[in-house]
Design a protein around this ligand. Structure first.
Ligand code: SAH
Length: 424
């Protein structure tokens, strides 16, 4: 109960700081409007010039404290049958938090190059020069690339005809290290004046630490293709989270809000209450972040993840952090758990599935192992509630939960929930 108050109080306190730092004077007007709250209509008074067109920030014109209240209420309502929610952890500065920025490139009828996002559900490119939630340096670099392309006579790709060359830019920024990776997604491996282009880009942005060419020659809405050629630097970036160093390559999943990720992982590890002896499973482990951070407080850790690039990063991350009590497996979490359940036991399971939530196969096998504690990290409270229903009907009870605002200005919210075995 106290904790619940504390988190709420912190949010209020944070928001005061936030109010001072940012110009909120228009917020009252925005509050009344809520026109584009679901990203549908264009509001001329919006903080964002592409509000309602890009489909991204449905809460952009809602006061930040109100956003937190709405998200907290939603999580509370969904989790009500299972447990209390202790509060929502907000941000001091809820802008420019995205460490991963994507821009699709196209040209207008007069051949002017534009970059931005696809209009929701279409292939029409909405030009974006500055975004209120993206890393500002990344937006600057994208602007420079827009300017450089015509001077190198590089044509953008046309999705309908399949002609052209330059498709997307993906930028990843290390929050603590300041390292920056620029991925240039192109339709063919023959990049005209490749070296001079890289030189020109680095001249304007010496802060870029690596540039990668990714070849995507398919008619697809997927941004990245299979093949990659390193143009400059190491081909990946590193970042530090909760005191551990992580290697992040272009295709691996990495939480997009580093400030909040540290708070989220901190809660997940606190909930697990590790003593140094436990066998821990980190399911849906991505590049191994949660397991690696938990490893110093555990006996041994086993990580499992479907994406092979992420698991390769996870193995390197364990080595880089000199962690010896962790093993990673590249497999579907459900299949892995089924095999594991026949062979071994676990005391704590961290599970961090994608928005679609977990599967009955995974949960049944996990329950058959009977871990003392399950820490569920969820990016969709709807699927969390669905999975909690299943697990609480099968021998577990939810005992603590806290929401974390990983995605300010959007309707998304992250939740950590602790479950333990029900006494028989
Ligand atoms: N725990 C990590 C990753 C969470 S995102 C972190 O905090 O960074 C969810 C992860 O689940 C992604 O890395 C995704 O590739 C992985 N994934 C999706 N479906 C999966 C499945 N069926 N089995 C195992 N991993 C899966």
């Amino acid at each position: 109960m106290n904790e619940k108050k504390n988190v709420k109080k912190n949010n209020k306190k944070n928001d005061k700081k936030y109010d001072k730092k940012f110009d909120m004077k228009n917020d009252r007007n925005h509050e009344k409007k809520h026109d584009n709250i679901h990203g549908k209509k264009y509001s001329p008074a919006s903080k964002c010039p592409v509000s309602g067109k890009c489909g991204g920030c449905s809460y952009i014109d809602t006061d930040y404290q109100k956003q937190l209240d709405m998200k907290y209420d939603m999580v509370k309502k969904l989790l009500k049958p299972y447990c209390e929610v202790e509060g929502i952890i907000g941000m001091d500065n809820p802008f420019h938090y995205r460490n991963k920025v994507h821009a699709v490139f196209a040209h207008k009828k007069d051949n002017t190059i534009i970059s931005g996002v696809y209009k929701e559900g279409t292939h029409i490119v909405v030009p974006v020069e500055k975004c209120l939630i993206e890393n500002e340096k990344a937006d600057e670099i994208i602007g420079t690339i827009r300017r450089l392309l015509p001077s190198f006579k590089i044509k953008t790709f046309n999705e309908d005809t399949g002609y052209g060359f330059f498709r997307h830019v993906l930028i990843r920024c290390g929050h603590k290290t300041g390292q920056i990776m620029v991925v240039l997604v192109v339709a063919s491996p023959i990049f005209p004046s490749k070296n001079n282009f890289v030189k020109a880009l680095l001249k304007e942005h010496p802060e870029i630490t690596t540039i990668v060419m990714n070849i995507n020659d398919k008619k697809t809405s997927m941004v990245l293709g299979e093949r990659e050629i390193n143009m400059y630097g190491k081909g990946y970036i590193e970042d530090i989270l909760c005191g551990k160093r992580f290697k992040i390559s272009s295709k691996s999943f990495y939480q997009i809000n580093s400030v909040q990720t540290e708070k989220l992982y901190g809660k997940a590890i606190e909930f697990a209450g590790l003593t140094g002896k436990e066998t821990v499973i980190d399911a849906y482990c991505g590049i191994g972040t949660i397991g690696i951070i938990a490893s110093e407080k555990a006996g041994k850790v086993i990580g499992v993840e479907l994406n092979s690039d992420a698991i390769a990063d996870a193995k390197k991350n364990a080595r880089m952090n000199k962690i010896e009590n962790i093993d990673f497996y590249n497999n579907d979490a459900g299949k892995f758990m089924r095999q594991y359940a026949g062979m071994d036991s676990a005391d704590v399971v961290f599970m961090d599935p994608p928005r679609s939530g977990s599967t009955v196969e995974f949960m049944d096998s996990m329950i058959s192992i009977q871990p003392e504690k399950i820490v569920y990290v969820s990016c969709d409270p709807n699927t969390l509630a669905r999975d909690l229903k299943y697990m609480t009907n099968n021998g577990y009870k939810a005992i603590r939960a806290v929401a974390t605002d990983m995605f300010p200005m959007t309707e998304h919210v992250e939740t950590v929930c602790l479950m333990s075995k029900r006494e028989k």
